[in-house]
Structures are given as structure tokens and as C-alpha cells.
Design a protein around this ligand. Structure first.
Ligand SMILES: Nc1ncnc2c1ncn2[C@@H]1O[C@H](COP(=O)(O)OP(=O)(O)OP(=O)(O)O)[C@@H](O)[C@H]1O
Length: 258
């Protein structure tokens, strides 16, 4: 069962005099998807780091299913939250199957135990992400997009309540980008994801959170939030928005400001 996410008054900075994110509060209801967008350096990845328990917040709370993830053991939070990050260890000395299988570790008593049921979960993920043919190949030899799919598969086999993804469509070709978006829409999990592509954001989001200079500058459903004014404020570009003739979703094109 997916659980809801509540973020309250979250602040973090590398030292007390420099806050990168300030007073961030928002909710993601159980099973829904929130997409975070914003210009380079707006604080998107920094916000995610306090949510998946990498940066301990200076102030504020992150609650998943009513549990403050900074107040429970790391192992318990690993059962609640999976993260797919931009920063990938350059040389995992493991096969693709071993990397995907790592997602099961939070469910085990020891690092090396594995249950028979795990094999079916891992095989399904390898198949869903078109990785079955790569299963025995070294992870380090994969292309950027194949690595990204393997890391997504690892997060899915973790069977978390909340999945946090930082730019998961980076490195992916157009078909794989669309497939990842479709796959994320079908997940029975609460999803928090950063995306740069506003067309993909509008296709995926129940709610869009726009960040600027470490703060929330807009929050709400895609059509209400992704307006020319907000886009101009957040990205300093002019946006034209029309309606996609087939899907009915907003469609964006951009220009530099005069
Ligand atoms: N540990 C740190 N020490 C100092 N500055 C940091 C630290 N972490 C992040 N920053 C700075 O905070 C700002 C926000 O960074 P962050 O990576 O969160 O932005 P972002 O919105 O994810 O950007 P991008 O779209 O480029 O990935 C940047 O200016 C970054 O250099």
C-alpha cells in the first residue's frame, strides 16, 4: 500500500549561514505523483536529499505514512523510500542482475540472504525494463540509458511506499522516456520526481511543485500551475501553451525573453 508524504517547514544548508532550501511544506497524497520542476540550481536535488534521508534537515519534518523518516532506523526508512539518483557510482563491480537484486536488501535480515520469492520479483523487473538480455553483463559496461533502467528496476524491486526520482529520464531516448513516464503512472506507489521537460511533467503529474531559489514558487495541478507567468518567473523564458490535440494535456514551447 502506498503511503502519503508530508513535508513541513524543511530547511537545509551546508552551514547555518547558507540555506539552500527554505521553509518547504507540501503534501503528496498516497499513490499520487508530484513532479518538481525549476531552473538549474533552484534546489530540487537538495530537497530530495532531505526526503530520502541523505541530508539531515536543519529544521522541519519529512513524514511518510505518519512516520518521521529522520526519527526511525535507517533500515525502516529504506523499506519505506527508494531513490533513483542522478549521481551513479561510476563502476559497480556487479552484474545487472546483482544490482537489481540489491533492491531487496532492506527486506532481509542480512546483506547476503535472499528469499526464493525475490527471484520472481527480480525477474519481473528485469523483463519490465527490457534488461533480461543484459542480466549477466557487468553494470559498468551498460550505456547511460541502460544503467538508468537498471537503477529504476532496483528501486521497483525494493517495493517502497514512496519512490523518489531525480531526473529519471536523463540519458533515455524518446521511447524509453515515454515508457518510464507510463510506468511511473501505473505504479502503486507515491511518486516524487524531478523533471526538466515540462511536457513530460504535465503528462505525469497529479501535482506540480515549482521551485525557485530554494523555495516553493507554485504548487498545484499542472494546468493551474504551469502558466506562462509561473514559467517566466521560474525559468526566465517566454512560454506558449496550447492543448495537445490527442491527449488534451498542455503542450509547451519556449523562447528567450525579448
Ligand atoms: N553541499 C553543498 N554545499 C554547497 N552548495 C551546495 C551543496 N549542495 C547543493 N549546493 C548548491 O545549492 C544549489 C542548488 O543545488 P541543487 O543540486 O539542489 O539544484 P537543482 O535544482 O537540483 O539543479 P539542477 O537542475 O542543475 O540539477 C546549487 O547552487 C548548488 O551548487
Amino acid at each position: 500500500m502506498a503511503q502519503d508524504l508530508k513535508v513541513r517547514g524543511l530547511c537545509w544548508g551546508p552551514h547555518p549561514a547558507r540555506r539552500i532550501i527554505e521553509e518547504i511544506s507540501f503534501d503528496v497524497s498516497a499513490g499520487s505523483t508530484t513532479v518538481i520542476v525549476g531552473a538549474n540550481g533552484a534546489g530540487k536535488s537538495t530537497l530530495l536529499r532531505s526526503i530520502y534521508r541523505q541530508n539531515r534537515p536543519d529544521a522541519g519534518q519529512v513524514m511518510v505514512g505518519g512516520r518521521d523518516i529522520w526519527q526511525i532506523p535507517a533500515r525502516d526508512s529504506a523499506r519505506l523510500i527508494a531513490a533513483v539518483l542522478q549521481e551513479v557510482a561510476p563502476d559497480f563491480a556487479f552484474t545487472v542482475q546483482e544490482v537489481v537484486a540489491m533492491g531487496r536488501i532492506p527486506h532481509h535480515d542480512s546483506l547476503f540472504s535472499r528469499r526464493r520469492a525475490d527471484d520472481a520479483i527480480i525477474a519481473q523487473a528485469l523483463s519490465d525494463f527490457e534488461l533480461a538480455d543484459f542480466a549477466d553483463r557487468p553494470f559498468s559496461g551498460l550505456s547511460g540509458g541502460e544503467k538508468q533502467r537498471a537503477l529504476l528496476a532496483r528501486a521497483i524491486v525494493q517495493q517502497p511506499q514512496l519512490i523518489v526520482l531525480d531526473e529519471p529520464t536523463n540519458h533515455l531516448d524518446i521511447r524509453h522516456q515515454l515508457e518510464i513516464i507510463q510506468m511511473l503512472r501505473r505504479l502503486d506507489m507515491t511518486v516524487l520526481v524531478t523533471l526538466h521537460d515540462l511536457n513530460l511533467a504535465a503528462a505525469l503529474a497529479d501535482q506540480v511543485l515549482v521551485m525557485r531559489d530554494g523555495r516553493i514558487c507554485a504548487l498545484g495541478p499542472p494546468k493551474a500551475v504551469l502558466t506562462p507567468d509561473t514559467i517566466r518567473t521560474a525559468f526566465e523564458v517566454a512560454a506558449d501553451i496550447d492543448c495537445h490535440p490527442r491527449t488534451g494535456r498542455p503542450r509547451f514551447s519556449f523562447d528567450l525573453l525579448p
